[in-house]
Write a protein that binds this ligand. Structure first.
Ligand code: ADP
Ligand code: ASP
Ligand code: MG
Length: 400
């Protein structure tokens, strides 16, 4: 059998851990498997590298940041390959580019465009364990790009798709829980979750799996397992929804802390004016999320939207353009917010979830600013300091 395994930052956080993973990989290969391993940077290395860049400037150039961040994963692939070779196992470390991973789009949040798997296939045929740097690839200009935080998951699933095999994501929790177990200690482990629900949970902030990884898994039919590194195999399988028998109204709760809300006050309520604003944001590749608009008063409206706080530099460039086009506009930003969402396919056929949430927030006096819904989720932006109150109340009400 062929298999792609991915080990996250904590799992490769020390040399001792890398050596232990090497032993494990040798065992997996000896059992008759072709093994491709995707690794993250060791421990908090990516944060350390970003911290260094920020010692130079609060807004490092995104191309150079990619150049810097990608070195984190390169350290791990080299060390793991050395460990394997030292134990007598043939292995080869490959950067994203060497592994044939072509990317496109804005630096630090690029997408995988294609994978040329020839080199990996050749090494597998030669009996080597192939170790690929996660989180990175090479774009049309021949520059190294990264895939957004948590992007090693995406590298792993994309490789599994290209190689036609399953993908195992090894991390520092026992699997996917109804809520981040670090935020809500009573969260329950989920045995099976559909691609759709996991995509929604990830997109709304569940950092355990990167959203594009799940998207690619669905697109290419890659079976994904998520579990604890070197632990028992009792984690979570991400599968097609037809394979899930259990019917639950709410599957999980996600929290997104990477939220920036922008308020635009005093805007002419002309469709073209509003279109220009969002087109300026689009041009800078700002990922606009929740949008709300006030009632028009004397032809003037207020508009609020959210975007990732980590895109503030892109946002500011767009805002500069917007301000010149609309001199009377008052623009303000709020970073003290989070987005709390509940997710569940049960919402397609059952109503009342929104009502229950409004009731809970009323009872606990939790103020929220925006609400958005999809077929399988409801999200609220609220003040950061209300996180615990909101999570505890929702978890209790929906048995999460
Ligand atoms: P890795 O470095 O292995 O990729 P991450 O830190 O990216 O690890 O992801 C694992 C973390 O995701 C966990 O430690 C947990 O705190 C967090 N997490 C957020 N939401 C969930 C969830 N619903 N289930 C499990 N873990 C979650
Ligand atoms: N090292 C990168 C990060 O910390 C990618 C990853 O771990 O998935 O975001
Ligand atoms: Mg991760």
């Amino acid at each position: 059998m062929r298999i792609v395994q991915k080990y996250g930052g904590t799992s490769v956080g020390t040399i001792e851990k890398i050596k232990t993973i090497a032993d494990h990989l040798i065992k997996v290969q000896k059992e008759g498997n072709e093994v491709v391993v995707v690794v993250s940077a060791m421990g908090k290395m990516t944060d350390v590298l970003i911290g260094k860049a920020k010692e130079i400037t609060e807004r490092p150039d995104r191309r150079e940041l990619d150049m810097l961040m990608s070195t984190g994963e390169q350290q791990t692939i080299a060390l793991l390959s050395m460990a394997l070779k030292h134990k007598g196992q043939e292995a080869v470390s490959l950067t994203g580019s060497q592994a044939g991973i072509q990317t496109t789009g804005t630096h630090t949040k690029s997408k995988i465009k294609s994978i040329n798997k020839d080199r990996i296939e050749k090494h597998l045929k030669d009996g080597k364990i192939v170790i690929v740097a996660g989180f990175q690839g090479i774009n049309e200009a021949g520059d190294i790009t990264t895939l957004g935080r948590g992007g090693s998951d995406t590298s792993a699933v994309a490789l599994a798709g290209a190689l036609g095999c399953q993908c195992e994501i090894y991390t520092d929790v026992d699997g996917i829980y109804t809520c981040d177990p670090r935020v809500h200690a009573g969260a329950k482990k989920i045995d099976k979750i559909s691609y759709e629900e996991m995509m929604e949970m990830s997109n709304l902030g569940a950092g355990v799996m990167e959203v594009r990884a799940v998207e690619l898994g669905k697109k290419f039919g890659v079976p994904i397992y998520v579990g604890r590194s070197l632990g028992e195999k009792n984690g979570t399988y991400i599968v097609e929804k037809e394979q899930i028998m259990e019917e639950k109204l709410i599957t999980g709760l996600s929290i997104n802390e990477n939220v920036l809300m922008v308020n635009l006050q005093n805007l002419y309520n002309k469709p073209q004016k509003i279109a220009n604003i969002f087109s300026a944001l689009g041009k800078q590749d700002v990922n606009v999320d929740m949008i709300s608009q006030s009632q028009s008063v004397e032809d003037m409206v207020d508009i609020s939207f959210t975007c990732p706080a980590t895109e503030e530099d892109l946002l500011d460039k767009a805002v500069e353009m917007i301000a010149t086009q609309n001199p009377a506009l008052k623009i303000s930003k709020n970073q003290d917010l989070i987005k709390v969402s509940v997710v569940g396919v049960g919402m397609i056929s059952h109503s009342g979830v929104a009502g229950k949430l409004f009731e809970i927030f009323g009872e606990k006096n939790i103020k929220f600013y925006q609400v958005t819904t999809s077929e399988i989720s409801i999200s609220f932006t609220m003040d950061k300091d209300r996180k615990k109150a909101a999570v505890d109340a929702i978890a209790e009400a929906f048995n999460i």
